[in-house]
Ligand binder design. Structure first.
Ligand code: CP
Length: 322
């Protein structure tokens, strides 16, 4: 991004395409701002200061969204700015005009862009071409805003993150990739139990492992869900079929049948283990309603924190000094 870097505001003007774009101390900086904004918002559901006053955000969504879309738009409004929703049909990149031309236009209209698309390379190209910050709101390879909210939630519930054990049960997918990168940087032990053939990207595993080694965490991959959750503080369930993979639903349902987060699996982890899910959930598939609505679930706190963490991120990237 343009401008002279300000050491007191290291995230100002930055992109967030991969969870690895944020150093561990930068993640903690976002958490600190999010924590302050959440506490302030809890009192009157308003903010006394409006650090994003008259700032504008373009939200490019090529795929469906409830949480990401609403929390970014609500967050902008609550902090004094506004957001403009654009669908694939509006923009027509690659058909009506190139990603580069979309980036160049938006850069002169608004202050930042968030993008939800399939191919990760499109988000990377948009960030490279735009001279304003671009934030990844989900690609098939990563979901960094989700991971920020997830690890922030763990920080709220457990306090210290170092040595915490999170067992992700299911696909080595975009949600796992970003969770592994953010969690490892905070010293979390990230385990994944995946069916054969559904391993994560080895490059992400290597990067997360390096982050874990430098920060006191661990990354462990396995196929047996019972071994992975044994002694875990948290079980993380996610959809067996992600957006864009619908043609694989039948094959995936068979492959993931033994990877359901249910009471029997939670019992192996222990009585105090908590359960996460990034939502939307497919009740009766990757998670049972009994677990999702039961006392172990921190799923709706996790979802609410999308709002607070993204506000923290937006203020760090775009905001006026407090
Ligand atoms: N978890 C998540 O990104 O939800 P949405 O797809 O509804 O935005």
């Amino acid at each position: 991004m343009s401008g002279t870097p300000d050491p007191t505001r290291p995230l100002r003007g930055r992109d967030l395409i991969s969870a690895a774009d944020l150093a561990p101390d930068e993640v903690r900086r976002v958490f600190a701002t999010a924590e302050r904004l959440k506490a302030e918002f809890a009192v009157t559901r308003r903010h006394a200061q409006l650090p994003l006053l008259r700032r504008t955000l373009a939200m490019l969504f090529e795929r469906p969204s409830l949480r990401t879309r609403v929390t970014f738009e609500a967050g902008m409004i609550q902090l004094g700015g506004g957001a403009i929703q654009l669908t694939a049909g509006n923009v027509g990149w690659g058909v009506r005009e190139s990603v580069a031309d979309v980036a160049r236009n938006l850069g002169s209209f608004v202050d930042a862009i968030i993008v939800r698309t399939g191919p990760h390379e499109v988000a990377v190209e948009l960030a490279a071409r735009a001279d304003i910050p671009v934030i990844n709101a989900l690609t098939l390879h990563e979901h960094p805003c989700q991971a920020l909210a997830d690890v922030f939630t763990l920080h709220e519930i457990f306090g210290s993150l170092r040595g915490l054990v999170v067992a992700f049960v299911g696909d080595g997918n975009n949600v796992f990739h970003s969770l592994a990168l953010i969690g490892a940087g905070q010293g979390v032990e990230i385990r994944l139990a995946h069916p054969p053939g559904y391993a994560p990207d080895p490059a992400v595993v290597a990067r997360a492992t390096a982050l874990a080694e430098a920060n006191g965490g661990r990354v462990v991959l396995a196929n047996d869900p019972r071994a992975a959750v044994d002694g875990a503080d948290v079980l993380y369930a996610d959809a067996w079929t992600s957006m864009g993979q619908e043609a694989e639903t039948e094959v995936r349902s068979a492959a993931f049948a033994a990877y359901q987060v249910n009471e029997a699996l939670c019992a192996i982890a222990g009585p105090d283990a908590r359960v996460m899910h990034c939502l939307p959930a497919h009740r009766g598939e990757e998670i049972t309603s009994e677990v999702m609505d039961g006392p172990r679930s921190i799923i709706f706190q996790q979802s609410e924190n999308r709002l607070h963490v993204q506000k923290g991120l937006l203020v760090e990237v775009l905001g006026d000094p407090a």
